[in-house]
Design a protein around this ligand. Sequence first.
Ligand code: ANZ
Ligand code: ZN
Length: 827
Amino acid sequence: MKDYNPKEIEQKWRDFWQDKEIFKTKDGSGKPKFYVLDMFPYPSGEGLHVGHPKGYIATDVVARMKKMQGFEVLHPMGWDAFGLPAENYAIKNKIHPAEAVEKNIKRFRGQMDKVGFTYDWSREIKTTDPEYYKWTQWTFLQMFKKGLVFQSFEPINWCPSCKTGLANEDLEQGKCERCGSEIERKPLRQWVIKITDYAERLLDDLKLLDWENSIIEMQKNWIGRSEGVEIKFHVSSCKFQIEVFTTRLDTIFGCTYVVIAPEHSLIQELKSEIENWPEVENYIAESKKKSDMERTELAKEKTGVELKGIKAINPFNNGEVSVFISDYVVAGYGTGAVMAVPAHDMRDYDFAIKHSLLIKRVIIEEKDGENQKSKIKNQNNNVKLKINAREDVYEEEGTLTESGEFSGLGTAEAREKMADWLEEKGFGKRKVNYKLRDWVFSRQRYWGEPIPLVHCEKCGVVAVPEKDLPLELPKVKNYEPTGTGESPLAGIEEWVNTTCPQCGGKAKRETNTMPQWAGSCWYYLAYIMRGISNFQFPIFKCKKEFDNWLPVDLYVGGAEHATRHLIYARFWHKFLQDIGVVSTAEPFHKLFHVGLIMAEDGRKMSKRWGNVINPDDVIEEYGADSLRLYEMFMGPFSEGIAWNTKGLVGTRRFLEKVWKIGQETRDKEQETNNAHIEKLMHKTIKKVTEDIENFKFNTAVSQLMILVNELEKSPLILNTYYLILLKLLAPFAPHIAEELWSVLGNKESISQEEWPKYDPELIKDEMVSLIIQINGKVRDKVEVGAGKTEEEIKEIVLTQEKTQRWLEGKEIRKIIFIPNKLINIVV
Ligand code: ANZ
Ligand code: ZN
């Protein structure tokens, strides 16, 4: 047999899979289903670099194993082709986005095809396809009809470079996630979806999910549930009240002033009472220019202006406090006003120092003062209520002091009792707030789904009738953003001017488009619909098929989506559940995030650094199987790791070895039994199966390497063992596995074979009896599993009662260890 040459075999097998439709997914096959999904890419102009396929290879390994385990596997792929990245690319390269998308998809597809994925391309989808976005628009209309969509004129995040409004999720540290520009606040007419109505369910249902903890935490923080109270502070000179939200009612006796956000509507109402109005007005104008991020950042200087002539009354002690406006208070959160407690809140402290305000401590660390860390006690164990420096600000839980009848209570208990008191007296109520903001859903850009609404002078906003969907995006020559706050669609009169579906009178179309995230909210359903009738069948009639396939069993993609796509898609799914389109509460059951592959120089792969590695080149030189195997072997799946060509060479050598020992087996088959190899074989089956299941691909591959090394040493390799090896290898390196499988006389694809099973009896560890010596004298013996390391043995031995007695009060100096035989502890 010839040497291993991937170029001669790989394309052949890819053609074979395609021609025989080996990986075409069938509906109603009667097998148990397994839906494994990749986050679909947006087809950028740069093509794929070797980092992109890592997640796709992982899902492909799982898909191939699941198929061999007897599942009907759905493993589809498509294109997230609307949105800013595609449009910005088009503008830069002076090519229409529609054309750019087609061109880029072709390139991506060509690159993907060479890796040998099992995608069922007959279910390919593209969010820019009108037959696709018909259902994006339809779902939006259902939301509109249910009152979940509203028009708002509030200032929003505006990217001056992308020339569009953005949602909170589109920002990264106050900058545009796309282009890195500083975000401005701009009042703009916009469409907003009340995703906050779903905040509680989005949070509660996280417990239904089998996701990595880190992603669950990010979701929790993004949704940001806070339990607290709203309290009314009367303004002493007039009828108005300032309502504040706090999570720390227990600190209210330490409240020394109140702060209102500059945008708060109350300020205008208090105008006649405010003695320094010009100063206040000026401050409001200044803060309008800043972004939320600039305003709330902890390190930023806390600016603000007192509302002279205004005093607020603390309902708990009837004390009068001053009132300020400051932009560290966010208008859109809570009530837009806070009670400030500088002794127990760092932001309030900074503000109080800057404006020379009273600082009053009301929480102490512990009642009995036992804690050494406490800085607030003096010799006589009296509590000193002094906050002398920033470090003294005490934000933790503790015990109340100087708090009237509540003094002496623990903080948690005090919060309950004080909330009861508040509700009883009618000064306030318990309240849960969420950090999650409503979803700003309109973009002033061309390349998105048109929002299917019209504005009629008589009827107001009217929905486009469902029968008129899809409302197609008109083809235009000028698609560049206008920057005026209007989308380029506003300039196309033939399109904008229409008739009102309700009264037949003159009306204008909505010209904003949907954000990039809209199409990806439900694409996992579209793959299922494609299997039925190529979208001719309405989404609301596919419930049976959705029920068959949902939830997605395994979902893999980048961590950057932890708070964007994954929040939006979960919300969208819950809405579809509410209107009866799907019946599961959650779309994605299990989720893993893929760690980045860095360039060999440790930097992010980027055209800018000239360090991009193209998978085409790697495949050309080493073969697709080496690429696949290497990406799975290079390190723990979810960790970032740098590319290393040496490692790639190593996996290629491994495949050559598999190829070589294959030739040594065939004619030598005999019924000899090699207990050691047999055991190792079964261990390997177990490990590879479980490791693939748990996304520990690197250790699965290293186990295969151990097995192959042992097989290589063995004078005879049973054909049955070799065949098992090929099956275990097939998900990782499918081309070579098929080739060697067929060389051995098999006619069917190895992917249609049954996945190997192990015999639990054979994987039990052999036991050895290990001698325990202390200072060279035999003191005991233990039965332990063979092959344990020094560390493992040490742990076992040191917990033995007998050993412990011998060692009592002595210090271990040294340990001498002979594997499987002896441990000598020198004391
Ligand atoms: C008094 C207090 C005392 C507070 C104390 C904290 C510590 P989360 O968990 O984020 O909900 N706050 C309320 N509304 C705000 C707004 N619109 N902009 C800025 N800050 C606001 O935090 C709630 C706490 O953040 C509230 O509790 C309030 O400060 C502040 F020792 O009230 B606290
Ligand atoms: Zn009308």
